[in-house]
Ligand binder design. Structure first.
Ligand SMILES: [Zn+2]
Length: 414
């Protein structure tokens, strides 16, 4: 199973917008751009919503049937580890192996020394076609790299072998993700991580490094956009170089776990994949839940009541909801609107505050981030929430599709 050059990770918390998401993909396909969908949902989301991995598979299959989609599609066991992988095995054909927590765990002195010996041939300047600057590999760099990553790579191998044993190596796509790590991986780190994965017999098709800057949930990139553009271009070049140099699968590509809506870096991603004729996987998902809330607010009446209640309860339970996402939120509580104010908003006001349109003076990224993690409140509403999604399906589905197509897929791929 080989994943296509362009893939787009999508998904919705409550499994209601499968078709709308697929239609966005089908529309970009009609423009002659072959992007395939990957439905993703992490273990963290499943445990908050009380959904199970087979729900995602069913949603994807139903959307594909209803939309008469004939291309390939994937179901991603997002951010799994050895403890959580088993419940995903039957319903997934794409596995995002997350070993961020193993970074920095010391491997044995022997393993570190062995790593240095094996890669000593790379000491000195590494010339990577397409990037202006030479990257220098020192003995100290190799030591640090081994100290930081060997244990994590060992863990990838355990998880990968486990999935191979159950599914067979040819029947799934493996991604390695370290995007939730505390340290950034630059292009050189990426090269040696890929080399060592190959050495261990792990065939990865996508890799998600941690990039510089903050990828806060639901809002734009926070950081140096020019710096990101340079770093990303180097990463793409290194992956291309590694494919040749190390004999890795031709379709190996970077994966960007966007945390949704990193609009300001989309041009850099687009430019780099064009320059190097490279593939890319971009994950987003939370953006669809936010479109659901926007659609409910705009629908008015009971829809608006629900949208307001999600915010009010999210304010009440701020610490509980933001806790699991602490490292990927940047909320200034002073800039969150009072609940009483939000309760006085009409649908348009609520929608303008929440919609990710930076040209709108009423857009509030703090409000948006809190609602982003407020899906637990909606899950607890149970039937009241789910039946409102059904009742207002038309407006919500049009928002979901428009957002993915116009704000994400076209800027990235067209
Ligand atoms: Zn991620």
């Amino acid at each position: 199973m080989k994943i296509e050059k362009y893939s787009f990770g999508t998904g919705d918390r409550f499994g209601k917008e499968g078709l709308a998401q697929l239609q966005a993909i089908q529309d970009i396909n009609r423009l002659g751009i072959p992007v395939v969908p990957v439905w993703n949902k992490s273990n963290r989301e499943h445990s908050i919503i009380h959904s199970v991995p087979s729900d995602v598979k069913q949603e994807a299959a139903a959307a594909v049937a209803e939309g008469r989609y004939t291309g390939n599609y994937y179901v991603d066991a997002d951010h799994i580890n050895l403890d959580t992988v088993d419940r995903f095995v039957d319903s997934s054909n794409f596995f995002t192996i997350d070993v961020a927590h193993f970074i920095g765990r010391k491997a044995s002195q022997e393993a570190i020394a062995d790593f240095q010996t094996r890669y000593s041939k790379y000491l000195g300047d590494m010339n990577i076609p397409g990037i202006g600057q030479k990257l220098n590999v020192t003995a100290g760099f190799l030591t640090h790299l081994a100290e930081d990553y060997l244990a994590a790579i060992e863990e990838v191998k355990k998880i990968y072998d486990h999935i191979c044993t159950i599914k067979g190596q040819a029947n799934f796509v493996a991604e390695v993700s370290v995007d939730e790590a505390e340290i950034v991986q630059g292009p050189l780190e990426l090269f040696f991580i890929l080399a060592e994965l190959k050495e261990k017999g792990v065939e990865v098709q996508t890799i998600a490094p941690k990039f510089s800057g903050l990828f806060a949930k639901g809002v734009d990139y926070i950081g140096d956009v020019q710096g990101f553009a340079r770093e990303f271009e180097q990463d793409v070049a290194v992956v291309k170089h590694a494919v040749k140099e190390l004999g890795l699968p031709e379709n190996l590509k970077l994966s960007v776990h966007s945390g949704s809506d990193k609009f300001s870096i989309y041009p850099a991603i687009r430019a780099a994949i064009r320059k190097f004729d490279a593939g890319i996987h971009v994950k987003t998902a939370g953006t669809n839940w936010l479109e659901e809330v926007i659609g409910l607010a705009e629908a008015g009446d009971d829809g608006l009541e629900i949208a307001r209640a999600v915010y009010a309860k999210s304010m009440d339970r701020y610490d509980e909801l933001t806790g699991p996402y602490a490292t990927v939120l940047k909320i200034n509580r002073q800039l969150l609107p009072e609940v009483s104010l939000v309760n006085s908003w009409n649908g348009k006001q609520f929608s303008e505050a929440l919609t990710h349109d930076q040209s709108c003076k009423n857009y509030n990224p703090h409000f948006r981030q809190l609602i982003h993690v407020g899906y637990k409140i909606a899950a607890e509403m149970g039937d009241r929430f789910l039946s409102a999604l059904d009742k207002h399906h038309e407006i919500i589905a049009s928002k979901v599709k428009y957002n993915l197509l116009e704000r994400h897929l076209k800027p990235l791929f067209r």
